[in-house]
Design a protein around this ligand. Structure first.
Ligand code: LLP
Length: 441
């Protein structure tokens, strides 16, 4: 294996290896054999990596701050088998729709550990949440506050809530995934008086119990400073609201957004770095302001799942444009991973059946969809390619599949969970029949 390949292996699932045939091995399974057995494009999820990341978040935060709840952000990807793993690992779940909520329900997820987010939850979604008895609704705006109070009254329930504040802090990530700046559709701004108005209204709402505050700055955030600045602002706001309105901050959530290694460099903070920064600021400022330490909930999605996932594709046509570029086309692309096109996200790639070969040839991995912007990885250096080679793209566990589409009427990929050398299909590949199954003639 060339030295370059070994650093790329560090961003694959834990224990990824190259065997004596030069094949990539994930969770004890030969990736080339998985591609043959299940077809491509194929998403491979390594169960050991998912569980280890869940444990790492719980361990790193709880050893510094006992009253912590780690909540998995289901939007990164959820299905029943993953919900089961998250449940077994003792995490809560952040859901943003009736659909995500119903998947959690299907896995008999403990409802008290479910938090419901979103800037425009519908009445029917809120009803589902109230009826199931979920732990917290994270209220985004005054319209939702009034609606939820009315609905809780109708169902004769008292619902625990957090208010999502907008602290006005820029986390320096892509503008499409920036949420904590003032000019955002999310949350109650601290600086405009809307957050204070919500505190007043929530405190007097007959069927709501206001437990605390939540913010989410954006994602992925590769700096620790924005979390610290926002925690200080949130705690100062809480102290002011305590003095003015008797508000008692029992819970504070700095959201999710923890960055992951999509490429070996630049190095981003570790889970322990984020935990250190968040917990030390939380303790220091609440002590300084004479506030009791609130429960802290954190919401990693990408941080739990990204590294566990590998996307496998087969190479088809290879187009060489002399002195310009070589395009190697795969059988997936924008339909299963829109992130490069949408956010200019950068990925690495290796050739799963040539993982020990010298990397000598610069190619651009193009998708199969009818868009020139359908490029998965630009100008990556790989061994010389031939049709039929299997391309493996690491750090693909989060946000690719849940943002996938049937563009060009291409069926969506299968997902296989690997563990101790055993593959388990957890989502079958879509069929042509599936593509018209909802249509009425
Ligand atoms: N909590 C809240 C309230 C959120 O809105 C999000 C993500 C998270 C937690 C989890 O963030 P994470 O730890 O996964 O970064 N489609 C984009 C990401 C959008 C994230 C939306 N909210 C992407 O592919 O990068």
């Amino acid at each position: 294996m060339s030295p370059n390949n070994s650093s790329i292996l560090s961003i694959f699932p834990f224990n990824t290896k190259v065997n004596s045939q030069g094949h990539l091995v994930i969770g004890g399974c030969d990736a080339t054999a998985l591609a043959q057995e299940f077809g491509t494009p194929l998403y491979v999820l390594d169960e050991f990596t998912i569980r280890t990341k869940c444990q790492e978040f719980r361990f790193e935060f709880s050893k510094r701050y006992p009253d912590i709840l780690v909540i998995y952000a289901a939007k990164a990807f959820i299905n029943p088998s993953l919900a089961n793993i998250i449940k077994q690992e003792g995490l809560g779940m952040d859901v943003v729709s009736g659909g995500e909520l119903s998947i959690a329900q299907s896995a008999a997820f403990p409802p008290e550990k479910v938090y419901f987010h979103g800037n425009n939850k519908t009445a029917s979604e809120l009803k589902l949440a109230l009826n199931w008895g979920i732990g917290r609704v994270v209220v985004d705006n005054l319209f939702e506050l009034d609606l939820l109070n009315k609905m809780a009254q109708e169902t004769n329930k008292k619902q625990d809530i957090l208010l999502r504040i907008n602290p006005g802090v820029d986390p320096h990530t892509h503008r499409f995934t920036t949420t904590g700046i003032l000019d955002s559709k999310f949350g109650l701004p601290l600086t405009t008086g809307q957050a204070e108005a919500a505190i007043i209204r929530a405190s007097s709402a007959s069927h709501l119990s206001l437990l605390g505050l939540h913010f989410h700055l954006g994602s992925p955030i590769s700096e620790i400073n924005p979390y610290q600045v926002a925690i200080e602002l949130a705690l100062k706001f809480a102290q002011k609201m305590k003095a003015k309105h008797g508000f008692d901050l029992r819970e504070l959530s700095p959201g999710g957004g923890f960055a992951v290694q999509y490429t070996p460099r630049p190095k981003i903070p570790s889970v322990s770095d984020y935990a250190d920064a968040i917990v030390s600021k939380l303790k220091y400022v609440s002590d300084k302001l004479n506030l009791a330490h609130p429960r802290c909930t954190i919401e990693p999605g990408r941080g739990v799942l990204a590294q566990a996932g590998v996307a496998l594709y087969s190479i088809g046509s290879i187009k060489k444009i002399p002195k310009v570029r070589t395009y190697a086309a795969v059988d997936g692309g924008i339909g299963d991973n829109i992130r490069p096109a949408l956010y200019q996200a950068k990925y690495e790639a290796i050739v799963a059946n040539k993982a020990n070969q010298e990397m000598t040839t610069k190619v651009t991995i193009a998708g199969r969809y009818c868009e020139s912007g359908d490029i998965l990885v630009k100008d990556v250096v790989l061994p010389p390619l031939s049709p039929g080679d299997i391309i493996a793209i690491p750090a693909s566990g989060a946000y690719s599949i849940p943002m996938s589409s049937n563009y060009n009427a291409v069926p969506r990929p299968a997902i296989v969970m690997v563990k101790d050398g055993e593959p388990r299909l957890v989502r079958r590949r879509e069929s042509y029949q599936d593509l018209i199954s909802l249509d009425i003639n």
